[in-house]
Design a protein around this ligand. Sequence first.
Ligand SMILES: [Zn+2]
Length: 182
Amino acid sequence: MEKDSYGNEVSKLARPLPVEYLLLDVPASTPLTPLNTFTSIKDITKFPVENRLIDGHIQDFDSLCKYLRQFTPLQFYESISDFHFLLYIATMDMLPMKDSMAPLLEAIKTNDKQAVVEWSRSDVWATLEQLISNTSDSAVSGHVGNGFASVQTESWTCIHCTFMNNSDRQSCDICRLPRDIN
Ligand SMILES: [Zn+2]
């Protein structure tokens, strides 16, 4: 607020508009020591990104299973430190984990692998693992340890309507659109 010569607050007309009103300070710098919150390993297909359906990114329980199966039980920390994955499990329909995730997020933030692994023994994660192993058709034979390393399911997800089709189908059973072959 501007003040007039008597000390009263007055609003001033910005006419003509002073150019400095339009200037913004934009900090542009890079840290001397980069600090990454999330680790990344090579040869891992990243978890799909939310709101990018048009690019074929589908976040569903099937993609969650596929994503987690790329990791061995010892790689829990690596598997869980993915922003899009965390966002998905926090809000997913089947088992929203948001309320149980505070210790996990804190542990990831502080790079505390021990605490992350401890969190993986929580009830909510055990429930998710149960769901994963129930979902995969042929998981029984390949079920090892944390349940990630089970056999890949023989299905594909339609990029148009997200229906899970059998692998022998060349077009979607629901919307009839052709399977997208990359
Ligand atoms: Zn479809």
